[in-house]
Design a protein around this ligand. Sequence first.
Ligand SMILES: Cc1cc2nc3c(=O)[nH]c(=O)nc-3n(C[C@H](O)[C@H](O)[C@H](O)COP(=O)(O)OP(=O)(O)OC[C@H]3O[C@@H](n4cnc5c(N)ncnc54)[C@H](O)[C@@H]3O)c2cc1C
Length: 389
Amino acid sequence: MTLRHVAVIGAGIVGATIGWRIAARGVRVTVIDKAEPGSGASSHSFAWINAGAKEPVGYHNLNRRALEMWPRFAELLDGEVGLRWGGKVSWEAEPGAAEKLVARVRQLQSWGYPSRLVSAEELAELEPSLDVGPVAAAEYSENEGQVEPQLVVDACIRRLEQYPNIVIGAIVEGLERRADGAIRAVLTDAGRLPCDAVVLAAGVDTTALAALAGVNVPQAQSPGVVIRTTPLPPLLPNIPVVYAPPLGDGRREIHLRQCADGSFMIGEGDQESLAEDDSQAHADDLLARAGRYLPGLAGARAIPVPVGWRPMPLDGYPALGFAPGAPNLYVALTHSGVTLAPVVSQLAALEICDGVRADAVLGPYRPERFANLTEQQRSEMPHPRAGHR
Ligand SMILES: Cc1cc2nc3c(=O)[nH]c(=O)nc-3n(C[C@H](O)[C@H](O)[C@H](O)COP(=O)(O)OP(=O)(O)OC[C@H]3O[C@@H](n4cnc5c(N)ncnc54)[C@H](O)[C@@H]3O)c2cc1C
């Protein structure tokens, strides 16, 4: 079948980049979003581009492929997207946590990843603006970085507008199907959109929308809170991403990075430590704790950000590919969508436009794995692993 018109549901970083990649292949694309592009999970993201926090090795390699694609991808987008390299440092103050950090670095090194242990002195030299405190073990991953998801989405939307095929403010409410289960049209509160294929990149809403076509894409609930600060002059000139140890029993590690506009993003814990406190008091506390490691934060004010819900397939791994029972419905649901956007968008466009299956890369991540899940299997499914970000 000749592909003439693809509807993309969702203009977060996943849908916007896939839409742009397909349009760049000369296929007509319409991207639909019920809200402003980039305002979903993508606007809450810490947006650390990494492969170091990913396992097993196959998933690590998928993220690593994306990491390596980012410079060219940003160049293709032809705009400033806030891509900044320089790496990530993390360190631990307690012996037990330090042991785990050392083991993790050794594992990453066995996968050929440029992560290495550094001394307390080297850590302080790498980023002199940090006041690192006691160091039991420290690590530097030189190839990691950050990007601004909103700038990426904006760049894609600008390019798509040339067609012009963006529908903002329309809520997708239904999927009109043919007898073989394929989608004939997307039904929105603003009207019916006939199409040959549909990309479902609706983030946390993907599960409900997939169900409209009888497709099962279960998700785990994964709330997270990353606060912002008022803008500051550049404080982390060398290392963009910092993971510092918890301060006190029962606290979680602190992570921080400075955005392109000078504001800081500060979070704690990982996806396992589901965070729902988006109060001003919590934001003030996070800023105060981060300030213990980065004294230059003293002049900033904490700006609370509402809870962000991570799109999170039930087992924590991406769900990518045509859906069982709905042959022209392409599911694109993933955590770490910021890191993965270059590779996910490239492979989705390849599979949709060329009718091929990139199984050698995407085989483990097909939505089929959820198709006939019993309640028992569902409850036994490994949950998103601690440390994935
Ligand atoms: C707190 C937090 C920290 C994170 N940190 C990182 C990190 O450091 N590194 C990393 O790589 N990733 C990180 N992530 C994950 C990453 O942000 C997400 O994987 C990514 O943003 C998902 O993008 P998306 O386009 O799939 O979803 P979204 O950005 O949520 O976009 C989905 C879009 O679909 C639209 N939509 C939904 N339903 C409908 C409907 N019915 N009709 C029309 N439109 C609809 C929504 O309005 C939304 O704009 C983090 C996420 C969170 C929440």
